[in-house]
Ligand binder design. Structure first.
Ligand SMILES: N[C@@H](Cc1ccc(O)cc1)C(=O)O
Length: 380
């Protein structure tokens, strides 16, 4: 597909845009500088961030200039959640997470060669601003009247606990980022998850108020499961990209367990599948769902994207060995320990129903796994 906006739309990566026709034109006319921000509120990024990284990859691949922002300042304030006030982490902790998230983002984008991506930290331009200057120069452009109408703020205002002034101010900081990046790098597009729409509009409005320019915002749909629950959050545990927080084996299994009803959507979002390849995959899902070819492709590609080809090969070898289709003794021990933990009755699943997971008939359990192959005795 030659038109990047068409492609993003085909992949299901576009939820809202400020002015679709204008954005299409800008993207078609020449390189646009786009940014996306990631807050260091944990040691690792999760699946929601992966969608944004994939969008940035597509944009960079099609020649646009990409800026990846890690929020050293916004991470200290906390984007309000619809439910409750966040606990503040120490500045040291936040700084540590800035580094780990910067490292985590690097493999997804190209930071060398021509058209390299740029990594920025908003602490660099906010820490020197005095509170007085901030209130005079930035605050004056905002109307509290419209700030309190933003969905999340409105919900928090209704809650018993309310919302702190700290979190209420968050949207000004994110807007200031867009203004700074517009001034510094001619950045005219900000992308984010659909829950970021309000923050994105604040930036668009600020750039217009301060510089008289029209910039763009685009959100991606939040990925949910077949029941509409946020992806990976169904049991309170996010799908982490950091292998220390979620093993590549567990990550791969998660994708392998994708329901038939959503697997095509997932392939479009998370892999590089093309419209030409789609009919055959759709046929496989409809006619031979038991083969799970679509799920296998999804699990293979996403795990390779996030953990690399070697980790994916280990995980696939471990899966095959569980079916007795491979030499277990040749496998890497850590992957096998991870695999055992994930089996029904395994460490991670003890006392937990695995009804949400798809276990093929005859799939081994921790109790029936071949003895002595992956330290079964040691882990029980
Ligand atoms: N608010 C965004 C992160 C972000 C931070 C600063 C920005 O300028 C942009 C985005 C989030 O919570 O996901």
């Amino acid at each position: 597909m030659s038109d990047i906006f068409d492609e993003l739309q085909w992949r299901g990566l576009v939820a809202q845009t400020t002015d679709e026709a204008a954005l299409r034109r800008a993207l078609a006319d020449g390189p646009v500088t786009v940014y996306c921000g990631f807050d260091p509120t944990a040691a690792s990024l999760h699946i929601g961030h992966l969608v944004q990284l994939i969008i940035l990859r597509h944009l960079q691949r099609s020649g646009h200039h990409v800026i990846c922002l890690v929020g050293g300042s916004t991470g200290q304030i906390g984007d309000p959640r619809p439910t409750s006030e966040r606990v503040l982490h120490t500045k040291e902790q936040t700084a540590e997470w800035v580094s780990s998230i910067q490292e985590q983002v690097r493999p997804f984008l190209r930071f060398d060669g021509d058209n390299p991506a740029r990594m920025v930290n908003n602490l660099d331009w906010t820490q020197g601003i005095s509170a007085l200057d901030f209130l005079r120069d930035i605050g004056k452009h905002f109307r509290v009247n419209s700030m309190i109408k933003r969905d999340i703020v409105a919900r928090r205002l209704e809650s018993e606990q309310g919302i702190s002034y700290t979190e209420f101010s968050y949207q000004l900081l994110q807007a200031l980022d867009f203004l700074h990046l517009f001034r510094e790098y001619d950045c005219t597009l900000q992308v984010g998850g659909n829950d970021q729409w309000g923050n994105l509009l604040s930036g668009v409005d600020l750039v217009h108020a301060a510089e008289g320019a029209r910039v763009h915002a685009q959100t991606a749909p939040l990925i949910t499961d077949a029941e509409g629950k946020k992806l990976g959050k169904s049991e309170g545990n996010a799908l982490w990209l950091n292998p220390q927080l979620m093993s590549p084996y567990a990550f791969y299994q998660y994708w392998l367990n994708t329901e038939d009803a959503v697997v095509i959507d997932r392939l479009k979002v998370f892999t590089e599948i093309t419209p030409e390849e789609l009919p055959e995959v759709e046929r496989q899902v409809a006619e031979e769902p038991f083969r799970r070819a679509a799920q296998r492709r999804l699990a293979h590609e996403v795990t390779t994207l996030v953990h690399g080809p070697d980790a994916t090969a280990s995980v696939e070898a471990a899966s095959a060995a569980l079916f007795g289709k491979g030499d277990v003794s040749a496998l890497d021990a850590q992957t096998l320990r991870d695999a055992l933990a994930e089996l029904p009755g395994g460490r991670r699943n003890r006392g937990r129903r695995s009804s949400t997971c798809w276990w093929p008939p005859g799939w081994p359990t921790a109790a029936t796994a071949p003895a002595g192959c992956w330290g079964r005795a040691a882990s029980r």
